[in-house]
Design a protein around this ligand. Sequence first.
Ligand SMILES: *Cc1c(COP(=O)(O)O)cnc(C)c1O
Length: 210
Amino acid sequence: MAVSKTHPPGAVREAFAAGQRHFGENYVQEALAKMDALAGLPVTWHFIGALQGNKAKAVAARFDWVHGVDRERIAELLSRHRPAGLAPLEVCVEVNISREATKGGVAPGEALALARRVAALPGLRFRGLMGMASPSGEPARLRAEFAVLRRELEAIRAAGLAADTLSMGMSHDWREALAEGATMLRIGTAIFGARGGHAWRPAGAVGEAA
Ligand SMILES: *Cc1c(COP(=O)(O)O)cnc(C)c1O
């Protein structure tokens, strides 16, 4: 997945022309404006940011995947607001593998319960787990954290739930993630270059802060 947050629609178009189909966005308002600017381009859109309840309706209507589900309440809102004419929203449950208090995600031992809940909701399809490793971790620590996510997914499968996605690995740690079984890397900087501090917004629009 190419993480296009803060980058303009032209960057998405360019990557699409090179064969990239999956794109990730963190900020709802920025993403919706970008989708409008790219209307007609058959992109698969992934929401990878922290999701607030008041944005769940827009995310359920416009995205194909959501990677950061870590509360039953958000899962219920996404399911309820998924338009009936669309396929179920593809969902990964986020697990806090770095154990940083500031990060989202359920504790590793709680992933199965939330996965079961997601799998039972009609507007959602449970696909797997998402995690972010410590930003400054040594390779051995990164591998250990990614291994926690892999083992959680194995436990969920052993409990009888279908799941095929391990969403882990970013520009600085994708090698360790891949070595631990990642099936979907979320790469921003290494594809699009460094990000400025602000979300992209169409000319004349009032945007949200990145
Ligand atoms: C921004 C972001 C990425 C991409 O990070 P890079 O370091 O630019 O590759 C991946 N995952 C999440 C959840 C992000 O917010």
